[in-house]
Design a protein around this ligand. Structure first.
Ligand SMILES: Cc1cc2nc3c(=O)[nH]c(=O)nc-3n(C[C@H](O)[C@H](O)[C@H](O)COP(=O)(O)OP(=O)(O)OC[C@H]3O[C@@H](n4cnc5c(N)ncnc54)[C@H](O)[C@@H]3O)c2cc1C
Length: 463
């Protein structure tokens, strides 16, 4: 054993949830240590890829517009989850989210005016100036100034839990073993979205074709240890946030620039050249999160978003340009799908479009009629070269399986009282709120709210 140390509060994971917990615990008088598996340059987990959170607010004060009250927020959450949420924790999250902007501003995070473009979120979502990376850097700086000790590249963390109590842990750093004890433990080490073996247990071999949009470090090692210690599980291993991303994106950490937003402006086909879902069902911000799952269900987990020149400039382009051609025939050859089948799909689609007044900012009713799968809005004939194709893969954002917590962020046991000194925040417990479905910006909201609760309660227990 190279070193032995003690802190009041040990926080596992240095993303937004862990940083918020660490800062709150330190402000409540605790000595705090963050153990982060990533090197300093890659700190901040999935948080460094984020752009916004979703706060409840009545005032519309900067950076928000209008008002977004409790009832509307709750309605939105209940709709996307189909009611699959812990209602008390959901209400707590929404109420406490009202303080998230002020808390972040007080801790060095700046906001920007709402973005325009395909995501019309000015009333519901607050955008971080400089994105998640700037937020992460601000919070690390604030934490360091409070005396929070951060250990990077802390690998192989092994928790020593007796009954439902955390005792101490060991970790490796540069081949040396260290031991740290603490009065309280905050688990904020993300989900298991970067662990393809674990994903395969839930999704089968299809998981091997998933691309991980965020950090490669969220492999669920801490979550696994808590579940093995028989803390109560919440959520379904197959539920997650997954979007359609450019199939040419890197296996990990591609971030938001690989998301393909052209879907509602054209058609999407599988590798047989056939459509499989209504591309214009609803506004894209409400539908983008179903397309990862839809692509995952196709053969070889691949799809192709096809548009013509009329769609150019109407959606946020991806970092990689589309494949382009002046003929459908040649485009099909480039993406290696049967040209006759793609031509047939497009001919049938074009013939089924009914005339209307196209408006990509509204549910315009420009639709098809008579197809086995119709398109409800923004259906225009694909007839104007050059034609574009984006290859699509499922891009997993984060998983929902986690540990059950109570309103003090204490992890729950199957029977009896929750743990006295183990708390969870962020993705590790997001499944309490998100049984399935997703509401843009609620991931960061959950981390912000439960990070503050976990930090406060961990410090209180330690004192
Ligand atoms: C591309 C992308 C864009 C997103 N955009 C948004 C957005 O705009 N708004 C929104 O609300 N949500 C967004 N999300 C979701 C959001 O990132 C998460 O909900 C939020 O960041 C979760 O915070 P967290 O602290 O729980 O997890 P993370 O930020 O992922 O932090 C977990 C930390 O734990 C560390 N860790 C993991 N395993 C271990 C271990 N064994 N030991 C020690 N440390 C470990 C990781 O390295 C990481 O630093 C996005 C996600 C992605 C991938």
């Amino acid at each position: 054993m190279t070193s032995i140390a003690h802190f009041d509060v040990i926080v596992l994971g240095g993303g937004q949830a862990g940083l918020t917990a660490a800062i709150t615990a330190a402000e409540n008088g605790a000595t705090v240590c963050i153990l982060e598996i990533a090197p300093r340059a890659l700190r901040g987990g999935n948080t460094r890829h984020t752009r916004n959170l979703r706060p409840m607010h009545e005032s519309g004060a900067f950076p928000m517009e209008g008002a977004y009250g409790f009832d509307e927020y709750l309605d939105d959450l209940l709709r996307v989850t189909g009611g699959d949420t812990d209602h008390a924790l959901a209400a707590l999250t929404i109420r406490e989210s009202e303080h998230s902007i002020a808390w972040l501003q007080d801790h060095g995070v700046a906001f920007q005016p709402p973005l325009s473009g395909t995501l019309h979120l000015g009333r519901t979502n607050a955008f971080f100036l400089g994105g998640g990376k700037a937020l992460v850097n601000s919070l690390y700086r604030f934490a360091a100034n409070l005396g929070v000790h951060t250990i990077y590249e802390a690998t192989d963390i092994a928790l020593n839990i007796s009954g439902d109590r955390f005792i101490d842990l060991t970790y490796q750093q540069v081949n040396n073993t260290h031991r740290i004890s603490g009065h309280s433990l905050v688990a904020a080490a993300g989900g298991f979205e970067a662990n393809l073996d674990w994903l395969e247990e839930a999704w089968g071999p299809a998981a091997r074709n998933f691309l991980v949009r965020g950090t490669p470090y969220n492999k669920g090692n801490i979550l696994r240890q808590l579940l093995d210690a028989e803390f109560k599980q919440v959520g379904d291993p197959g539920q997650c946030h997954a979007v359609a991303i450019d199939a040419r994106a890197p296996a990990y950490d591609g971030g938001i620039v690989s998301r393909v937003d052209s879907v509602p402006l054209g058609i999407v086909v599988n590798n047989e050249g056939k459509r499989f879902f209504d591309e214009g069902e609803d506004f894209w911000p409400k539908r983008y999160a179903i397309w990862g799952r839809l692509i995952a269900a196709q053969a070889d987990q691949i799809g192709y978003a096809i548009t013509d020149a009329k769609a150019d400039g109407l959606f946020i382009p991806t970092v990689l340009p589309p494949l382009k051609s002046t003929t459908i025939d040649d485009l099909a050859r480039q993406i290696d799908i049967p040209a006759d089948s793609l031509l047939k799909t497009i001919d049938e689609f074009n013939a089924a479009t009914v005339s209307g007044s196209f408006d990509h900012q509204a549910l315009d009713g420009c639709r098809t009629e008579g197809l086995p799968i119709n398109k409800s809005h923004w259906a225009r004939q694909i007839d104007t070269p050059p034609y574009s194709a984006y290859p699509l893969r499922p891009g997993i954002t984060f998983t929902y399986l986690g540990v059950a917590v109570d309103d003090r962020a204490r992890v729950q046991v199957e029977r009896g009282n929750p743990s006295e000194n183990i708390f969870a925040a962020g993705e590790m417990m997001a499944g309490n709120i998100l049984g399935h479905g997703y509401l843009a910006g609620i991931g960061m909201t959950i981390g912000s709210v439960f990070g503050r609760i976990a930090g406060r309660e961990a410090a209180r227990h330690a004192s």
